[in-house]
Ligand binder design. Structure first.
Ligand SMILES: CC(C)(COP(=O)(O)OP(=O)(O)OC[C@H]1O[C@@H](n2cnc3c(N)ncnc32)[C@H](O)[C@@H]1OP(=O)(O)O)[C@@H](O)C(=O)NCCC(=O)NCCS
Length: 290
């Protein structure tokens, strides 16, 4: 294992493997060819979501997703998973060999989900778009959100998305999350994060940030090293604009600036890593646009 990932030593376990849950027609040609990286050296499990025998794997995915998003009233309906994720895109993550599941994990899964050889621990859903080369990150969650701190797998959510981006050779990834979500700490580490929407009244939750990154594995390393991103600081500088996760007006104001083409605007991953979830975040611009 790459020593950089030592905080995620669970990656070394013989009983944990990355998985891709994708229908056979959606096979990726040359997985991992684009981003040169030695993080994912174990062969991925490939699971066919259309096979009836694989239903227990899906039931475990649903259980994790519902537990993670249910409290925020964003649990994914089954038809959304099938129509909008499984058919056009794929799911990736990590899975544990069911026969070796540790007690803490056995305890969280109800017994009526059925049995499969491998039990998913996380899921990242990504869907290709009609804009060539652009994918949409649709969902990310991990069992860490429902495990006690001492039983968690550090980096599970982060690496689930990293693995999916790496596996599918994703160059441009767009996504959305809510301002103030812990997920921003992860999403900002896959490449410099441009805010392409600061307010989304069309969404169930208007306080949603829509972002885009050009995938760059240098930023992945900083998730572990916590070193400042010098390349970002050289290229981008802070503006007077701040987004306060508790203040809808700050989001609407930035959204209107985006609509008036006054951007592009960016978030600083290093600042988000240090900030509390309720803290205001600075908006950055290209220094060349000053
Ligand atoms: C958000 C989520 C995907 C993160 O995955 P994870 O496996 O818990 O997190 P990872 O182990 O990969 O990353 C750990 C980092 O995230 C931070 N983090 C994770 N959950 C956090 C929380 N609730 N509050 C603050 N920080 C949090 C950790 O502090 C850590 O940062 P550090 O390295 O600075 O200490 C996961 O907690 C989850 O499923 N949440 C519920 C669903 C959700 O909100 N999904 C995101 C929607 S876009």
């Amino acid at each position: 294992m790459n020593p950089l990932l030592s905080k995620s030593d669970w990656l070394n376990s013989e009983d944990i493997r990355p998985y891709v849950y994708l229908r056979p027609e959606n096979q990726i040609s040359k997985p991992g060819a684009r981003h040169r990286l030695d993080w994912f050296d174990k062969p991925a499990l490939t699971i066919n979501p259309l096979a009836i025998a694989e239903l227990p794997f899906a039931e475990h995915i649903y259980f994790i997703e519902n537990a993670a998003f249910g409290p925020a009233q964003m649990a994914m309906p089954r038809w959304v998973f099938y129509d909008c994720a499984v058919l056009p895109g794929f799911v990736s993550g990590f899975a544990y060999r069911t026969s070796k599941l540790p007690a803490a994990l056995k305890k969280i899964f109800p017994p009526n989900l059925g049995n499969s050889e491998w039990t998913p621990l996380s899921l990242f859903i990504i869907i290709p778009t009609m804009h060539k080369g652009e994918w949409v990150a649709h969902n990310l969650c991990s069992v860490n959100s429902i495990l006690p701190k001492e039983e968690q797998f550090y980096g599970l959510g982060f690496l689930s998305k990293a693995f999916g981006l790496w596996y599918a050779n994703v160059d441009q990834c767009t996504g959305m999350t809510q301002w103030g979500s812990p997920a921003l700490k992860l999403h900002s580490h896959y490449g410099h994060l441009e805010v392409i929407g600061a307010y989304a009244p069309v969404h169930s939750f208007a306080k949603t940030v829509t972002y885009r990154v050009i995938v760059d594995t240098h930023n992945w390393e900083q998730f572990y090293t916590k070193e400042p991103d010098l390349a970002f600081l050289e290229k981008f500088g802070p503006t007077q604009i701040k987004i306060d996760p508790q203040n809808e007006k700050s989001m609407i104001d930035l959204q209107l600036k985006i609509e008036r083409d006054e951007g592009p605007f960016y978030l600083n991953a290093g600042e988000i890593a240090q900030a509390g979830l309720k803290d205001p975040l600075s908006i950055y611009r290209l220094k060349s646009n000053y």
